[in-house]
Ligand binder design. Structure first.
Ligand SMILES: *[C@@H]1O[C@H](CO)[C@@H](O)[C@H](O)[C@H]1NC(C)=O
Ligand SMILES: *[C@@H]1O[C@H](CO)[C@@H](O)[C@H](O)[C@H]1NC(C)=O
Ligand SMILES: *[C@@H]1O[C@H](CO)[C@@H](O)[C@H](O)[C@H]1NC(C)=O
Length: 232
């Protein structure tokens, strides 16, 4: 049996210090296709496919966007969750955590949630993914809360959707800018994976970051690149 596990830590910026009096990490089942996970700082409402609401400091970071999902073959196959449970509960250096498992036909998505952490560790256990070129977890977040993108190569405002004019599309995911000065492509925020410290999107009050705590499990060599922030 193949078993790949991908480890990523997604975290929201401006964490407040750990509070041990508040309720710790939790999983709540709302109905057979809806769950809420989180801790005393944040919570995510997870539906059948999409993580649809992400509350942090009383602010919904998803808004009108799609939210969190796991997919392969590009956007062709999004995983559908059929159950959620806490598979491990413990304490690490005095901080409580839970490991929440969402199951899909293709495998298990885990969120390891610590008390007092404005984020979560994620890993996936492959049970039945086909042979493929891409597997990913991603967030589509509110574009008014997170107007800027950041990798180790770029740190700038994302072009507004209105800059992607159909008549200006010159080739695969590439558009002439409305002012005619240069191009925007879906892959502008691509970078080398091994040189990242963190990457994501942010605005004046909130940031959302992917932080890979280790890089030893990466495949490919030093030239391996990935699309880290996508505009469309
Ligand atoms: C989920 O719940 C609905 C009603 O609440 C029910 O009709 C449906 O059969 C349930 N689905 C599963 C997979 O249990
Ligand atoms: C999720 O966070 C929101 C905003 O902070 C809060 O109102 C709500 O009670 C939280 N939900 C759970 C289940 O903790
Ligand atoms: C933000 O997203 C909405 C909904 O998808 C879209 O209508 C709007 O144009 C976007 N704003 C910018 C600045 O791209």
């Amino acid at each position: 049996m193949k078993a790949i596990s991908l480890l990523v830590a997604a975290t929201l910026a401006s964490a407040v210090p750990t509070k041990h009096n508040a309720p710790g990490p939790f999983l709540t089942q709302v109905d057979n296709q809806t769950w809420i996970i989180g801790n005393e700082l944040w919570n995510l409402t997870q539906g059948h496919q999409y993580g649809v609401q992400l509350f942090y400091k009383d602010h919904d970071c998803v808004g009108d966007a799609v939210g969190h999902y796991v997919s392969y073959n590009g956007a062709a196959s999004d995983l559908s969750w059929n159950s959620a449970s806490i598979v491990k509960k413990g304490s690490y250096q005095g901080t409580d955590y839970i490991d929440v498992m969402f199951t899909a036909v293709e495998g298990e998505m885990h969120w390891v949630i610590f008390s007092g952490l404005a984020g979560s560790y994620q890993y996936f256990v492959n049970r039945a993914l086909p042979v493929l070129g891409e597997f990913r977890t991603l967030w589509r977040l509110d574009n008014t809360t997170f107007p800027r993108g950041k990798t180790d190569r770029r740190d700038e405002e994302l072009p507004p959707l209105s800059d992607y004019i159909a008549a200006n599309k010159v080739q695969d995911e590439t558009w002439l800018r409305p002012d005619g000065k240069g191009y925007i492509t879906k892959y502008d925020f691509t970078s080398w994976i091994r040189t990242q410290t963190y990457y994501g999107v942010y605005g004046d009050s909130f940031g959302s970051w992917y932080i890979n705590p280790g890089k030893d499990y990466y495949n490919g060599n030093h030239l391996k690149q990935e699309l880290m922030v996508s505009l469309t």
